[in-house]
Design a protein around this ligand. Structure first.
Ligand code: NAD
Ligand code: UFG
Length: 351
């Protein structure tokens, strides 16, 4: 079992991944500034593990801090070394992820996402830890209507958030290809992560400005919003609404565990892997399934197309199948059930 640093490990994808890594027996240091998460998640992770009959109390350490703070981040690597526990690999989730905020605050997005990553990579190099899994995104691809997206499809992000993700991928490629040291790097390009752990104890922190489909669905189901706006019904798709590749967060977490095994076994590697299910569902299909399985009402209305949307974004995930021996197992039904099990308790918070 390995000693792993998870930056942003209390966020949506980080918390589910840490849960699965701890369940497999790994030991983790979580670094998180808590800008979009809460320390309570740490207790919840332990609670879910206890429920599964696993004790992780001595295998999880939390350090509150910002990855842009070089002194803080260095102390994390140094402390591990002093305790004879060299960090073997990093799972790097920490970053900002809102497309709309990134357009409003580009400097902040470049600073957190890129400067934070450069700090991290500098320290990894200094402390001889050269294995990293990076949270990339399908948002870096140029939209192609109707065909599955492959890792070698054209890249062309259209917003600041996507630009930062692509820039980090390029930086990681330079590090892998040039320089005198060997790195093992896996960029996981997530499609649309949704749902929650089936315990309902951990999930996504839907902030007040979340404008993704599932947070809005939860808001409507919780009657915090009268009706769900569907952006466009004239797209060239099966029913005129946009098609996406929704992936259950637990499947995504398991993909990280497999990617981690992969880098732990390699000295030099660079992989870009699509992480999706390979299946696409339209907005109307998602609404129908959510209503059906959760027995709730989801009124909706059509609005014009949303700026920046593409009709069809679905992964060809055959490379991940081949390299990681991984495939998504959970259905849209489970995504809707688990999202609501988590989201229905959010009536009193922002959502
Ligand atoms: P999240 O906001 O839930 O988690 C990110 C975590 O990083 C949070 O806990 C936050 O507090 C922490 N963080 C942010 N800035 C930090 C900093 N400077 N220093 C330390 N901690 C910091 O987001 P998520 O959905 O879990 O996404 C994780 C990663 O995956 C992000 O890099 C995101 O860009 C990427 N990603 C997410 C999606 C998605 O749809 N959720 C899709 C593709 C890629
Ligand atoms: N949608 C609606 N109404 C809403 C919200 C969304 O009709 O109120 C539609 C969108 O038009 C889109 C689909 O639902 O067709 C999914 O939209 P999301 O905003 O949930 O997700 P996106 O596919 O636009 O983008 C998401 C993340 C990005 C990430 C990308 C790929 O927001 O950060 O997936 O991973 F990069």
């Amino acid at each position: 079992m390995a000693y792993i640093l998870a930056t942003g490990g209390l966020g949506f994808i980080g918390s589910h991944t840490c849960l699965e890594l701890l369940a497999l027996g790994h030991e983790i240091i979580i670094v998180d500034s808590l800008i979009n998460s809460s320390k309570e998640t740490l207790n919840k992770i332990n609670e879910v593990l206890e429920f599964r009959g696993i004790s992780a109390i001595n295998r999880i350490l939390f350090k509150k801090g910002d990855i842009r703070d070089l002194v803080f981040l260095k102390s994390v690597f140094q402390e591990a070394l002093v305790n004879n526990k060299k960090i073997e690999a990093v799972v790097h989730f920490a970053g900002l992820k809102s497309v709309s905020d990134s357009i409003l605050a580009p400097i902040n997005y470049w600073d957190v996402n890129l400067s934070g990553t450069i700090n991290l990579l500098n320290l990894m190099d200094k402390y001889n830890c050269r294995k990293i899994i990076f949270s990339s995104s399908a948002t870096i691809y140029k939209p192609i209507n109707s065909k599955l997206i492959k890792e070698n499809s054209d890249l062309n992000p259209i917003n600041t958030y996507g630009n930062t993700k692509l820039a980090i991928e390029k930086l990681l490629y330079d590090i892998y290809k040039n320089g005198s040291t060997k790195w093992a790097i896996v960029n996981l390009r997530y499609f649309n992560p949704v749902g929650a752990d089936r315990s309902g104890l951990i999930g996504e922190n839907y902030n007040i400005n979340s404008n993704n489909l599932f947070p809005i669905l939860i808001k409507v189901a919780n009657r915090k919003l009268d009706s769900l706006p569907v952006f466009g019904n004239d797209w060239p798709t099966k029913d005129g609404t946009c098609v996406r590749d929704y992936i259950h967060i637990t499947d995504l977490a398991i993909a990280h565990a497999k990617a981690l095994n992969n880098v732990l076994q390699k000295n030099k590697e660079f992989l870009n892997l699509n992480i999706g299910t390979g299946r696409g569902f339209s907005v109307l299909e998602v609404i129908k399934k959510f209503k059906e399985v959760n027995d709730c009402d989801i009124p909706f209305h059509f609005l014009p197309r949303r700026n920046g949307d593409a009709p069809f974004v679905v992964a060809d995930n055959s490379l991940a199948n081949t390299f990681l021996k991984w495939e998504a197992k959970k259905s849209l039904k489970e995504m809707c059930l688990d999202a609501w099990r988590w989201g229905r308790h959010k009536t009193k918070s922002s959502i």
